[in-house]
Write a protein that binds this ligand. Structure first.
Ligand SMILES: *Cc1c(COP(=O)(O)O)cnc(C)c1O
Length: 392
């Protein structure tokens, strides 16, 4: 009855509708389904963070509109965290802005710099918000394939010069969702040079920068010399502190870009509920023992999943970061048909790689965010149903 705007009408189709239907049917038939599809931590938010939030909620001054850019306490905590964790110096006032979850900033940054028909470089496979945010601003995503042979880093040399010259923004994400890949210092140096040569704004999504496994410490893009001249980094409390539902994140880096993002936000939202900002500041500034514990849990689960798949004939390396395992589908399957097989035979839901873009075809993603007992059950079922040397 009402004609939708083109930006909504041209949204890519929801790829998981068919699988969602099948999940629903299986549940109705009484099948016990184990969902390894969504990356949403199963563990609770650590207690000291909750305690801080409760205390702050009781303060009437925290019930009013928060400041747009974020409380000084929160922005200082982000700045101090960057100094301590990465050795990166940030002005809390000019180089940090709070976000209602990093997704919000990722979706809005294109509004700051993208005019209709401008190009935006986005990784494929990748978090869908990079493309969709740029499309909402009228821009056109240009896909940078993330291929296994390049360790899932985009090959900047293969981007045609006329594309590079025309592009406004490049989105990157390391440690990477969905592939679990990590960036190297050399790669980030190359990105800074590429961005300078072509006057491109780099938006690095560091949502998983503290989910390093086996003692690995992922780096910040801002550690790269010159990075602050060309870009910003998005950060989030969601994955590091099991706070996906709280909606607290931030963007840091180049002060002009941070200012532009703040300007857009001032006209759209009214900041983050102050008690949540105090709690987030507490999370960032206190001891990080809770993060250590959590990464140990993911490490254990990762080993369980990778070892099981390798026993069945896969040949996977263990990802050094994130809580995802990215694996090729066996011969003869598409990512959707293999996900359907796992659902129908084993009652296990995984994400078909094609949901992250066309270069995700041929892969599936397992998320490690369910409790150990369920994960063991899921792996046992997969083992029983597929059998040894299933994937050769
Ligand atoms: C989870 C995730 C986010 C973070 O989301 P929030 O909005 O901060 O909860 C950002 N980028 C990627 C790639 C993610 O997987």
């Amino acid at each position: 009855m009402f004609i939708r705007a083109e930006r909504i009408e041209t949204l890519p189709p929801y790829l998981f509708a068919e699988i969602d239907n099948k999940v629903q049917k299986a549940i109705e038939q009484g099948m016990e389904i184990i969902k390894l599809g969504i990356g949403d931590p199963d563990q609770p938010t650590p207690d000291h963070i909750i305690t801080k939030a409760i205390k702050a909620i009781r303060e009437p001054k925290n019930h009013q509109y928060p400041s747009y850019a974020g409380l000084p306490t929160f922005r200082q905590a982000v700045s101090q965290y960057y100094d301590k964790r990465f050795g990166v110096n940030l002005s809390a006032e000019k180089e940090v802005v709070s976000l209602i979850g990093s997704k919000e900033g990722i979706a809005h940054v294109s509004f700051c710099y993208v005019n209709p028909n401008d190009l935006v470089l986005v990784p494929d496979p990748g978090y869908p918000v990079y493309s969709i945010g740029s499309m909402f601003a009228g821009g056109e995503p240009y896909k940078m394939p993330l291929l296994k042979e390049n360790n899932y880093l985009p090959d900047l040399d293969s981007i045609p010069e006329y594309i590079a010259k025309a592009a406004k923004i490049m989105f990157l994400n390391y440690p990477n969702n969905p592939t679990g890949a990590v960036a190297t210092k050399e790669f980030f140096e190359k990105v800074v040079k590429f961005a300078k040569d072509n006057k491109i704004i780099v938006c690095h999504d560091a949502a998983y920068c503290d989910i390093g496994l086996d003692g690995y410490k992922p780096m910040s893009f801002l550690e790269t010399p010159g990075a602050k001249d060309v870009g910003i980094e998005f950060g989030s409390l969601s994955k590091t502190y099991n706070m996906t539902g709280w909606r607290v994140g931030y963007a840091v880096g180049n002060k002009d870009i941070i200012e532009s993002l703040g300007l857009i936000k001032t006209n759209i939202d009214s900041g983050i509920f102050q008690p949540l900002q105090y709690a987030a500041a507490e999370a960032l500034s206190q001891e990080q023992a809770c993060v250590e514990e959590m990464t140990k849990i993911y490490q254990h689960r990762r080993d369980l999943v990778v070892d099981t798949l390798n026993k069945l004939g896969w040949n996977l390396e263990k990802p050094k970061a994130t809580f995802y395992v990215w694996a090729p589908v066996p011969k003869g399957y598409t990512s959707q048909s293999f996900a359907t097989l796992l659902l129908e035979k084993a009652g296990v839901v995984v994400t078909p790689g094609v949901g992250f873009g066309k270069y995700g075809e041929g892969y599936f993603r397992i998320s490690l965010t369910v409790d150990n007992e369920k994960l063991i059950k899921a792996m046992n079922r997969i083992e029983q149903q597929l059998g040894d040397n299933y994937c050769k």
